[in-house]
Ligand binder design. Structure first.
Ligand code: GLU
Length: 432
């Protein structure tokens, strides 16, 4: 079983989508189910409705999952596992106060040392624990041996017991900490490989240690994906519009193109343009680069226009707000100068919008408009053009510029003969 574990705390980030895509691909390759676990235990940071939005995005991208689990519904299992650890003496009650711990932390900082818990409460005599009315947390006892994690991208990573430390698994209010909930849930769901962002690397030995302490003998494997950088070489954050999947969709990037791009970057792909199904045939976690990847919107635009070219005209027509196949064919011609559905839509909209004619062409355009209105239907552009030319008595720049403006709303654009093929049935609606 694989899992995608988003937190419903904000817009879905492209880094998360990349994680979801890789999980989906690997689940298909291994023929194992993929579940979605909504990590909603941080009540303060949860945003109402973000869970549904994330699931909607997964559906849109064709990322199929067998089940959705809400982490907060597993609290009773987290408590049960914590009790087992206490019973097995793998964890202990810690009465150190928050202020005391903070002072210790400051001390380590001043001495330029990494803070570690000093295990002050690790071996308290039973009589100091039982009937002690002070608030306490539960800490897991730190490991006695090194922990080695198998990572399909980074290779084996070994951690010292001190790096894991005797850390808190239940807070004073007895809610589980992130690492505890996550480790227990991955165990309960029988996860075989965890694919997630590399910001979680330091959590991994902790989670592995929790399961080992619970005597879970299956070793979960990992793949930690490098971060995605913006143009300034910094981690893509909320401040970068393109980091939001919702923003990219609103800008007119196709789900198939966004997936293609996110699978392609930092990877060894046999070609640049492919579908998700194709990627399932050749994708290998081991081919993913260990170093961060830079987000390149120009490349995404190129991939998007290639995917738009692959759409059948009827589908493309729907993307630009029409139902007619001819408009889809027309939109394909505009792919010379537009690479998103939003840009295409604005090109097509300006063809059908009332035209704003610059002063210098006002006179010619009203003559042309009269000629167009008097014209019968012409199948061929040349016949149409010759008729209008004759009727208006205009030629050269005085003819072509205003004609283009009247037919397309733009001064420049694709060959009129080419677009006439798809516009000819709409001339009455367009020339206005
Ligand atoms: N909820 C975590 C996140 O969104 C994911 C944790 C995980 O995959 O283990 O970063």
């Amino acid at each position: 079983m694989l899992r995608f574990a988003p937190s419903p705390t904000g817009d879905m980030h492209i880094g998360n989508l990349r994680v979801a895509l890789f999980n989906y691909i690997v689940s298909k390759q291994k023929q194992e189910d993929l579940i979605v676990r909504i990590e909603d235990t941080d009540k303060e940071r949860n945003i109402e409705g973000k869970d549904k939005e994330i699931l909607g995005i997964l559906d849109l991208f064709g990322i199929e999952y067998s089940q959705v689990i809400y982490q907060s519904e597993n609290f009773r299992f987290h408590s049960a596992m914590a009790i087992q650890l206490i019973h097995d003496k793998k964890s202990f009650s810690c009465f150190c106060s928050a202020e005391w711990l903070e002072n210790k932390r400051e001390e380590s900082k001043a001495n330029k040392k990494a803070y570690r818990y000093d295990d002050a409460c690790a071996n308290l005599p039973a009589e100091l624990v039982i009937d002690n009315m002070n608030p306490f947390t539960i800490r897991i006892a730190k490991p006695t041996n090194d922990i080695t994690i198998k990572d399909h991208i980074k290779g084996d990573i070994t951690f010292k017991p001190d790096e894991v430390d005797s850390f808190i698994i239940l807070r004073q209010d007895k809610t589980p900490t992130y690492n505890f909930a996550c480790a227990v849930d991955d165990m309960l769901s029988d996860i075989s490989i965890v694919i997630r962002g590399e910001d979680h690397v330091s959590n991994t030995p902790k989670q592995d240690h929790i399961r080992a302490s619970l005597k879970y003998d299956k070793k979960i494997e990992y793949a930690h994906l490098p971060i995605i950088l913006n143009d300034d070489g910094k981690k893509m954050s909320k401040r970068d519009d393109a980091s939001s999947v919702k923003w990219l969709l609103e800008e007119g990037f196709l789900p198939s193109a966004i997936s293609n791009y996110l699978i392609l970057i930092g990877n060894k792909a046999p070609k640049d343009i492919f579908s998700l199904d194709e990627a399932i045939e050749w994708f290998k976690l081991e081919n993913i680069s260990k170093s961060p990847v830079r987000f390149d919107i120009t490349m995404l635009r190129y991939i998007n226009s290639e995917h738009l070219k692959l759409l059948d005209p009827k589908e493309l027509s729907r993307y630009v707000g029409f139902a007619d196949e001819e408009i889809g064919k027309l939109a394909k011609i505009y792919l010379e100068e537009a690479s998103t559905t939003k840009e295409l839509r604005s090109k097509i909209d300006s063809i059908f919008a009332p035209k704003i004619i610059p002063q210098e062409f006002k006179e010619q355009s009203s003559i042309l408009l009269a000629a167009i209105k008097s014209a019968p239907y012409f199948d061929e552009y040349d016949d149409f053009k010759n008729y209008i030319m004759k009727e208006s008595g205009l030629k050269g720049k005085n003819f072509f510029k205003p004609l283009r403006l009247l037919l397309t709303g733009a001064e420049h654009g694709p060959d009129l003969a080419e677009i006439y093929k798809y516009l000819k049935n709409y001339i009455g609606e367009i020339a206005k």
